[in-house]
Ligand binder design. Sequence first.
Ligand SMILES: NC(=O)c1ccc[n+]([C@@H]2O[C@H](COP(=O)([O-])OP(=O)(O)OC[C@H]3O[C@@H](n4cnc5c(N)ncnc54)[C@H](O)[C@@H]3O)[C@@H](O)[C@H]2O)c1
Length: 413
Amino acid sequence: MGSERQPSYSPKTHNQSWSRLLPYMLRQQRLLFLLLGIAIATSVFTLLPSSSSTLTHAVSVSDSEFMYPQPSLYPVSFNMGGKIPLALKPKGLRIVVTGGAGFVGSHLVDRLIARGDSVIVVDNFFTGNKDNVMHHFGNPRFELIRHDVVEPLLLEVDQIYHLACPASPVHYKFNPSHKTNVVGTLNMLGLAKRVGARFLLTSTSEVYGDPLQHPQVETYWGNVNPIGVRSCYDEGKRTAETLTMDYHRGAGVEVRIARIFNTYGPRMCIDDGRVVSNFVAQALRKEPLTVYGDGKQTRSFQYVSDLVEGLMRLMEGEHVGPFNLGNPGEFTMLELAQVVQETIDPNAKIEFKPNTEDDPHKRKPDITKAKELLGWKPKVPLRKGLPMMVSDFRQRIFGDQKNPTAATTTTTA
Ligand SMILES: NC(=O)c1ccc[n+]([C@@H]2O[C@H](COP(=O)([O-])OP(=O)(O)OC[C@H]3O[C@@H](n4cnc5c(N)ncnc54)[C@H](O)[C@@H]3O)[C@@H](O)[C@H]2O)c1
């Protein structure tokens, strides 16, 4: 037993195993299959991001710094990153217009869509209306999201026109707009910062308050009552301007600020208490035109197509602003009432009522800066613009015109 010899163990060397493996694989064509597998895997991983890049998806953010993918809440198409085949790239810009279902916003949307851009309207319909944009329903370059801007929102866009805010005293006194102006603007600036979009704020001549300087130049700091009934709007917009400049200086966000003076035109809210819409609706309904105070306070009235042209020039230009956008033609309330009488009903009566609190006495823009740096000036005089608004109001009050999309800005600058 002890003398029985065990076969000695000799481990296989690497050389031996490779020298056997290679001829074996080659013989069985396994190397070919291995290479084929690697090639297929490589092409799958290379192509995967592009195929998911145009998903219809929604993303929300819980605060201004973090974002979480959410289940599909809104029908928003946007680029999820990765390579987009050239043929699928949109030709125009991707633009969000907050408050785009409102008076000014809807005219702006018309111009952007006509230019070839893709537009997402974000609106909570507090003062806006789907009717203002429904002629774009079905257009693949148009999307509408019901959303309150006081809640964060993430969209992949190139430009943000931030208009969302109730603009008439009737509405902002009913639902004070400070939160919309402050939190809403903060959210939209956060979005601009995150996606690298250019941001335009529609501020207002109300930042000048009851001005002690006339006409108002952009360098004038204003005379605002910080605790008055209008302060939610006036101070809200002033804070919005401050936030806009903070994000510009502190975070390098590209911003633009427009200070809009009284604007009128088709699609204005009919009973919102703004003086032009008030007079026009009253004259059409054969009611007396209400003049508050002695009627000698002045305003300047800009037709909406002029404003939209100014906003677009500002957005596309190189200057931050702020820029006054308004028509320097100055009218007293009584003069405006006369123009409305001439346009609608020469027999319309005028009724005087006590003036409202903090109503500014004078308002007239100095637009030298916009003329020089934006090459912009208003072109539509009141007597030409008013009839276009009147026909829209007549249709909406009495339903006596056939074409429901007639309320467009037929006059462009
Ligand atoms: N029209 C003017 O004479 C005038 C003058 C100065 C400034 N502006 C500014 O221009 C912008 C547009 O004004 P407008 O005249 O078209 O007013 P508008 O009331 O017709 O439009 C405002 C739009 O914003 C929406 N909105 C309001 N709060 C919102 C919120 N929290 N979230 C989402 N959407 C909201 C409304 O539903 C509406 O569609 C406003 O920012 C306003 O302050 C207008």
